[in-house]
Design a protein around this ligand. Structure first.
Ligand code: UFG
Length: 342
């Protein structure tokens, strides 16, 4: 059998999209997931699931050996920024310490190729946009710090042991597989597009728009929303680059253009033909006004060509995924509609 790529966290939102992209490309994979946040149904039938914790070196050694793993894509981790502020040590364990265990297992198994899920949170509150990869990395929360530490380990292990890595710094990942095979299933979501879809469908209270007095054209925060399937394609290209013998790379994953919270809400209203129940709220602590990727490098170095970069398409795919979920999933409160927006 040909070697497999080990995908950690393959039952989760981004990991499952990547497993489908790999399977579509005919690339064999195996995944380890503890199903703490992910769903078994999200994993393609062709991909073996090893249920367990990537903090276990023994488990990693066994899976790498049994499946002849030659490369790793590392998604497993904790991702909720405000939670990282109140439970920082959980983030350093799940993100940083588990990555250390994983890299140790790679060295023992002779695996020299790693694709790593990093985040725009490593930049903190940037001084200007678009944010290029050489901008200062000054995270403002433990989530960003936990990811930046893993980036550092990858660089140092590269210099010392020849480990090659592609570090992908995601901007705001959104949307769902256009074929409807997987999507973001976390019932208690915090991400804007997911929350707005749930509010529209009456599965949670109205959307709170956090801050309308930012120094942006319409007063709301601007983000670079990237379709999860385009992001998944970037991972496949990164793996192929490493398998061809390519050297380590570091790049942003975004489109290089931003949309405001109001634009996202308006777009959702256009694609659905319905009003999004929403209220205006205070600023959320720690939100930078604008996060937009400098997005040249990923196109130049990986030859990445996005296919789903229209905001209406991103929002439409998120909404149709949300509609496909069981009505009972994610009923976080009373249906919206009582509050209004002027
Ligand atoms: N927002 C709302 N209401 C909500 C949720 C979000 O108004 O209910 C606003 C936020 O204030 C922000 C924008 O929508 O202005 C986007 O917020 P998200 O929570 O969707 O995403 P973030 O930009 O906060 O976070 C994303 C990733 C993180 C990453 C961070 C980088 O999800 O993993 O970018 O700073 F760390």
């Amino acid at each position: 059998a040909s070697p497999r790529v080990l995908v950690t966290g393959g039952a989760g939102y981004i990991g499952s999209h990547v497993l489908h992209a790999l399977t579509d490309a005919g690339i064999p994979a195996v995944t380890i997931d503890d199903l703490s946040a992910g769903r078994r149904e999200a994993i393609p039938a062709a991909v073996p699931l090893v249920e367990g914790d990537i903090g276990s070196a023994e488990l990693l050694d066994r899976v790498m050996r049994d499946h002849r793993v030659d490369a790793v894509m590392h998604f497993a981790g904790s991702i909720v920024v405000p939670e990282s502020v109140v439970k920082p040590l959980d983030y350093y364990r799940n993100n940083t310490a588990n990555s250390l265990t994983l890299l140790g297992a790679c060295l023992r198994a002779g695996i020299d190729k790693v694709v790593f899920s990093s985040t725009a949170a490593v930049y903190g509150a940037p001084e200007s946009v678009p944010i290029r990869e050489d901008a200062p990395t000054v995270p403002i929360n433990p989530y960003g710090a936990s990811k930046l530490m893993t980036e550092q380990m990858l660089r140092d292990a590269g210099a010392a042991h020849g480990l090659r890595s592609v570090i992908l710094r995601y901007f705001n990942v959104a949307g769902a597989d256009p074929a409807g095979r997987t999507g973001q299933a976390t019932p208690v979501a915090t991400h804007l597009i997911k929350v707005a879809c749930q509010a529209l469908l009456g599965r949670r209270p109205p959307l709170a728009i956090f801050g309308t007095d930012y120094d942006t054209p319409d007063g709301t925060c601007i983000r670079d929303y990237i379709h999860v399937s385009d992001l998944a394609d970037a991972h496949v290209l990164a793996l192929l680059h490493l398998r061809r013998g390519g050297g380590s790379l570091l790049m942003n994953c975004g489109y290089g253009r931003g949309a405001s919270v109001r634009e996202v809400v308006r777009t959702l209203e256009e694609v659905s033909g319905e009003q999004v129940p929403a209220t205006f709220a205070d600023r959320r602590p720690g939100d930078p006004p604008q996060l937009v990727a400098g997005a040249d490098r990923i196109r130049e170095q990986l030859g990445w060509v996005p296919k789903h970069d229209r905001l209406d398409g991103i929002v439409r795919s998120a909404l149709s995924w949300e509609r496909s979920l069981e009505q009972s999933v994610g009923q976080a409160g009373a249906p919206g509609g009582s509050a209004s927006r002027s």
